[in-house]
Design a protein around this ligand. Structure first.
Ligand code: PLP
Length: 441
């Protein structure tokens, strides 16, 4: 159904779901159940042994989640997906599915602050080392590889810099060494498809644009099905060495044999990580996210067109020192938005309000329609001051490396009418600083 279809169609019809097999219900039903009746003891044994695929227990799978997983996978052009309780859980699983104690991975420095905490501190305590590479030069990733490097990690459209990640350049480097590139595509669903550019795995915080209505927390991992996990067995031991926790399964070998598809990454994250670490997405939340997913292609168009109009307005405003937006970067970094972003450059805009921290704070407090919240990707317009909130647990050095200057304000432009968005920005900017105008380089 999803093959050769457009995102607007996949969002409504994708994922093999036509109607509920039990009731013929057209809208995706919410299956509130923990467990599933087995046909007989052989059936139960086969499910546990992965000789047959089917529902066992909602910590590991659920029919409502299944539709969401298949639709997100189809939207991204991947083969399979696994939903988890939050975007943070998705990032954690993404790394733990390839790394064990003593291993390392190379991540872009341009990251969500919560991911920096996870990578720098929590994973370190588990013996997994994150090495940071500046993505302005893709070869920085290659310089940090050693025998125990298991993956690369980056965000497509990371704030605050909002420089589009060089997906193909870095994934090409990784593939030479059998190192997969994992892309967090939270800020760019529909408008960028990292798997088409060589990424092996996509991660989403479904909490943001895909859910879209600020009602539900959720996360997802999408297996691109385009990476050979067995090519260099020493590079990917978790997919090639026998897994004592699952009857000696060699995941990279056994999953293609059992399923006929290259979905070892998705299957391992489901049957090992969801089984052992928990953190499933609750079916109620999966259902809520499906309501958002069905309109995400339409909303992304409106988010992006409103953002373009807001950028044009802000660039001319006398009280704005600097505007940060993917297309405003000069040279090769600006060119990347043309190469990777199709149908828009996203909803996120950074601004430095003239007058520094105090002016930035006053601007946020003066907004009447924008909400002052930690989130991005809501249908409503949102604003926040990252240095004192989302990124406040970072050191000064980490803040600067992440591009969070003291006066930076992050805007997530919603789908309201653009005139109303601009009117709110205008009245709030009037409350701060002195005249100045400069676009970001
Ligand atoms: N990745 C990105 C790019 C994010 O912006 C966020 C949250 O802000 C996350 C991951 C974590 O997602 P969640 O809040 O759903 O745990």
């Amino acid at each position: 159904m999803s093959k050769n279809k457009h995102p607007e169609t996949i969002a409504l019809h994708g994922g093999d779901y036509r109607s509920d097999p039990a009731t013929t219900a057209v809208a995706v039903p919410l299956y509130r159940t923990t467990s599933y009746q087995f046909n007989d003891t052989d059936h139960a044994a086969n499910l546990f042994a992965l000789k047959e695929f089917g529902n066992i227990y909602t910590r590991i799978m659920n029919p409502t989640n299944d539709v969401l997983e298949k639709r997100v996978a189809a939207l991204e052009g991947g083969l399979a997906a696994v939903t988890v309780g939050s975007g943070q859980a998705a990032s954690t699983f993404a790394i733990m599915n390839v790394c064990q104690s003593g291993d390392n991975f190379v991540s872009s420095t341009d990251l969500y602050g919560g991911t920096v905490n996870l990578f720098t501190h929590t994973l370190k305590k588990l013996g997994i080392e994150c090495r940071y590479a500046d993505p302005s030069d893709p070869s920085n990733f290659e310089k940090l590889i050693d025998d125990r490097t298991r993956c690369f990690y980056a965000e497509t459209l990371p704030n605050p810099y909002l420089r589009v990640f060089p997906i193909k350049e870095v994934s090409d480097i990784g593939r030479k060494y059998s190192i997969p590139l994992i892309m967090d595509n939270t800020a760019a669903p529909v408008i960028c498809k990292p798997l088409e550019h060589g990424a092996a795995v996509v991660v989403h915080s479904l909490t943001k644009f895909i859910g879209g209505h600020g009602t539900v927390i959720g996360g997802c991992l999408v297996d691109g099905g385009n990476f050979d996990w067995t090519k260099d067995p020493k590079r990917q031991p978790l997919f090639n060495e026998p897994d004592a926790s699952y009857g000696g399964a060699q995941w990279g070998v056994v999953v293609p044999q059992l399923t006929g598809a290259n979905v070892s990454y998705a299957v391992r994250s489901r049957v090992v990580l969801l089984r052992d670490l928990g953190a499933p997405l609750a079916p109620d939340n999966a259902w809520g996210i499906i309501q958002g997913l069905e309109t995400v292609p339409l909303r992304m168009k409106q988010h992006c067109s409103n953002a373009e109009k807001a950028v044009a307005f802000l660039q001319k405003h006398k009280n704005v020192e600097r505007v940060i937006y993917p297309t405003l970067h000069k040279g090769e970094i600006g060119e990347r938005s043309k190469k990777y972003m199709k149908g828009g450059n996203g909803a996120l805009i950074g601004i430095e309000v003239k007058g520094g921290v105090e002016a930035g704070k006053k601007f946020i407090e003066s907004l009447k329609m924008f909400y002052h919240v930690a989130n991005i990707g809501d249908a409503r317009s949102l604003a926040i001051h990252p240095a004192t909130t989302t990124h406040s647990q970072l050191t000064e050095e980490e803040l600067l490396a992440a591009g969070v200057t003291p006066g930076y304000v992050r805007l997530s432009i919603g789908i309201e009418h653009s005139d109303d968005i601009i009117a709110d920005l205008d009245q709030a900017l009037g409350a701060s600083g002195k005249p100045s105008l400069k676009a970001v380089s």
